[in-house]
Design a protein around this ligand. Structure first.
Ligand SMILES: NC(=O)c1ccc[n+]([C@@H]2O[C@H](COP(=O)([O-])OP(=O)(O)OC[C@H]3O[C@@H](n4cnc5c(N)ncnc54)[C@H](O)[C@@H]3O)[C@@H](O)[C@H]2O)c1
Length: 198
């Protein structure tokens, strides 16, 4: 996959982290799906994103009315199927629970096109051990910090099977949305250490 083929980002989990990550990609012009099991979580996410965009407009960080365009790029859904089918790059931001993440990645593997790349927002769980080996080459951790729409740092951590081009593409994707990715050498729980490049 090339950078210019990444058009649609699917964020799974619309909680504290997921809604901010969705906003980051929508602000940068990507088409975004934000998925959650709970309609209430999606409604809360919509309100939080709307408020954040209003503040950015009021402070002059973003031109007036641009918030509306950003919001129009985000589709909110309780149905993973269309969001997965459209995804070039997925960011998983569901609850910090190994079984939930294992199930979500299993569904994503079944529903996404074979070219889709996968990222997890966890740093504490060894997500690389939770997925089917068939998807491990296209899986990476992208650890955003809260609030994701504000904090520039994103820790990027490849697993033992992650293809080198996936690391580079993820790094470039994050740069394209205004983030400052720091690539880790290898996974250790909660990473932070083992930084090899900026
Ligand atoms: N909270 C933080 O400061 C922080 C910072 C960095 C990373 N993280 C990591 O990011 C991830 C998300 O954390 P959070 O704080 O946003 O959690 P959260 O509890 O606020 O949100 C998780 C959301 O996932 C949804 N969800 C659960 N199962 C789902 C499923 N099968 N399909 C779709 N949605 C599902 C829940 O309904 C909930 O809305 C975790 O792995 C966490 O460790 C959190």
């Amino acid at each position: 996959m090339e950078m210019n083929s990444i058009k649609t980002i699917t964020v799974v989990g619309a909680g504290l982290m997921g809604h901010g990550i969705a906003q980051v990609f929508a602000q940068a012009g990507y088409s975004v799906w934000l998925v959650d099991l709970k309609q209430a979580a999606l409604e809360r996410a919509l309100n939080l994103i709307q408020n954040s965009l209003n503040i950015l407009e009021k402070k002059g960080v973003m031109p007036k009315k641009q918030g509306r365009e950003v919001l129009a790029r985000i589709r909110f859904s309780t149905d993973l199927m269309p969001a997965a089918a459209a995804a070039d790059f997925v960011v998983e931001a569901v609850a910090e629970n190994a079984e939930i993440k294992r199930t979500v990645f299993g569904e994503l593997q079944r529903l996404c096109p074979p070219t889709t790349l996968f990222a997890s927002n966890t740093s504490g769980l060894d997500v690389f051990n939770l997925v089917d080996p068939g998807m491990a080459g296209g899986l990476i951790a992208t650890h955003f910090f809260a609030p994701a729409q504000i904090i520039p740092l994103v820790e990027v951590c490849p697993g033992p099977q992650t293809r080198p081009e996936v690391v580079e593409l993820t790094r470039r994707l994050l740069l394209s949305v205004g983030k400052e990715p720091v690539v880790m050498q290898r996974f250790v729980p909660s990473f932070i250490v083992n930084r090899i490049q900026n």
